[in-house]
Design a protein around this ligand. Sequence first.
Ligand code: ATP
Ligand code: MG
Length: 420
Amino acid sequence: MNLSWHIEQYLPQQLLWLVSNVSGQATKLGQTVYLVGGVVRDLLLGYPSFDLDLVVEGDAVKLAQQMAEITQAKLLTHPRFGTAKFSYSNFNLDMATARGETYAQPGALPVVTPGTLKDDLSRRDFSINAMAISLTSNDYGELVDPYQGKNDLEHRLIRILHPRSFIDDATRILRAVRYEQRLGFELEPQTAQLLKRDITMLNTISGDRIRHELELIFRENQPEFVIKRLAELGVLRRISPFLIGDGWIAEKFEKARQLKKPNQLPSLYFCLLTYSFSESKIEQFLNYLNIPAKLSRAMRDTLSLKIRLSQLNKPSMKPSEIYYLLQEYEPLAIQANAIASESSMVHHHLQLFLTKLRYVRTYLNGEELKRLGISAGSEMGKVLQALHKAKLDGEVNTKADEEKIAFSLKLSNFHIAPKS
Ligand code: ATP
Ligand code: MG
């Protein structure tokens, strides 16, 4: 089957230009080069691609260097691994010398040896990701499909390439479910059976790699489907017995997206994913997955705030009361609780803090107070706090109002001080 039409049709213009350059250069150098992996899958499905993976039978670094000269693209090479990375405007192009892999033991990183395209495809995760398209001029556009990936695409199936696949690399368990849910496919029956058999192999994978897979899941459009399915298959409780992937997660993830803050979304998902944990249980999870410090703080804070939410469930709270209760918590933890809470009053108070109270500043600063005759040190601290509280509670509106309060506090201080 020839896919030249698909390439023309679905690749953005700039990528198309890069591809035809690679093709020309490879032919000149007598090397064979292929598009591989996700881009082939997505071209066959008629989805656009923005990142390209290329495999070179020959020397990827040499070809990449030639390409960089012609295109003036940014190039990063790893000659030891035979790989090169191109960045050209918003696009990334990864080039790798074809290689084979063997696994010394389950979950270990593979031992890599130079190989042919067939070797390279045989080390891949699923048949739909193990296809290639030739870019060499004599057979440009020809599909290479040794594992019937195209047939599996047509039947909407996720299929591993051999029965030991999940044992070799158990991250594929998480990848399988991610693709299944993203594409609306199904696990091919034998793959599903082997996945269940090999769930315990997740123990052979480092926490860092599991976290990375969760991060990839959280970049999907609707990660709740993946989480739900992982729960159904018994995968989630292998990662932690306290993780729950029920309808609650789906509802809250959806709400998180409605905030339209894509940058904070993955972290917010993490906070919501562990919302059912107790404070003592979260530490083990954070350690195991080696969660970065800032996100760890937010996830811990989420749970310590959760058990104080009832204090926010009071009508007629003063804004300053809300502020003092929440000021110590990571904003992300407050956001997670605003999404998680079922009480509209609590929700309202948390949102008030996030959108308004945390930004409230007094008009007067230390320098200005000094000019009004207030001495630095504890007196100044008290005045500033009183001004801030008054501002939070709407008792002052102008700079003049604040000056009045500052003066009255100064005077009351003189009255308290014993006269000599
Ligand atoms: P996506 O659209 O999610 O980026 P992709 O197919 O491009 O999909 P990548 O994670 O970018 O996926 O990996 C590129 C290719 O590398 C995959 O298509 C697959 O062939 C291979 N691959 C990635 N991870 C594994 C793995 N754990 N085991 C085997 N092959 C893998
Ligand atoms: Mg990719």
